[in-house]
Design a protein around this ligand. Structure first.
Ligand SMILES: [Zn+2]
Length: 238
């Protein structure tokens, strides 16, 4: 079996990341979002293999504001989000923002999740490394709960995900990645609701799982909508 069989079995709507960003740009044009009147914000992991997303976003929308830390969690918080909102262009009496939210997971040639081959290395490594480290702590029953001010993003990751997980069963890595997506989305949407005046600003939110595959990065879309004059418009990514 090819790794793509495993990839599309779990994420049937996955498309290449390049296609995803291009499609989002084309779909949002109908609601007035253009590169010159919109600020892009990206919430993906610090991992170098995740940086294709901000680069593709930059190529289409211009330089993007980074909202995330390890695992793509929303570590910039309300302060970071507020700063980003204040950097938006003002055109046609509106501000416009677009948010890309995408925690990540690797898949290797044999279809093993959480595993990638990195440039110049002869061995496989983990992806997302932070989520895999947390996953190992869960499996071994040794979750570190102390706050280490020199490792704050990892502490935040544990605290935030522990609040989400039910532990009715031990989650697998894909479930953990989906939980990372869910908490990030919950927090950003909650803050957006408090911070955005729908009369003054429109925004779009596109989220999913970034999949680091052997040939390229894919995106499996989980949520895609725009809020235009306070009215929600779904974007067709199926
Ligand atoms: Zn990562």
């Amino acid at each position: 079996m090819n790794y793509k069989d495993f990839l599309f079995e779990k994420f049937p709507n996955a498309i290449t990341e390049r296609e995803f960003v291009r499609k989002s740009h084309n779909l949002l044009a109908q609601w007035g979002f253009r590169d010159e009147n919109t600020i892009a914000c990206v919430c993906c992991c610090r991992d170098e293999i995740s940086q294709t997303l901000p680069i593709l976003v930059r190529d289409v929308w211009g330089e993007a504001f980074n909202l995330a830390g390890l695992a793509g969690l929303f570590s910039a918080g309300r302060t970071g989000l507020n700063a980003c909102l204040h950097h938006s262009p003002h055109q046609e009496g509106k501000e416009r923002y677009i948010f890309y939210v995408a925690p990540h997971i690797g898949i290797d040639r044999d279809g093993n999740w959480g595993s990638v081959k990195r440039k110049g290395q002869h061995f496989d490594s983990t992806s997302c490394g932070a989520l895999c480290a947390f996953f190992k702590e869960i499996v071994e029953g040794k979750i570190k709960t102390a706050i280490d001010e020199r490792d704050l993003e990892m502490c935040y990751l544990r605290i935030r995900l522990l609040r989400k997980l039910s532990f009715s069963h031990v989650p697998d890595l894909i479930e953990l990645t989906l939980a990372a997506h869910e908490v990030t989305l919950e927090d950003i949407e909650d803050d957006l609701q408090r911070l955005i005046d729908p009369q003054k600003a429109d925004f779009a939110l596109l989220s999913g799982i970034q999949i680091n595959a052997p040939d390229t990065n894919y995106m499996a879309t989980l949520k895609a909508y725009a809020m235009v004059n306070g009215v929600r418009k779904e974007l067709d990514f199926v």
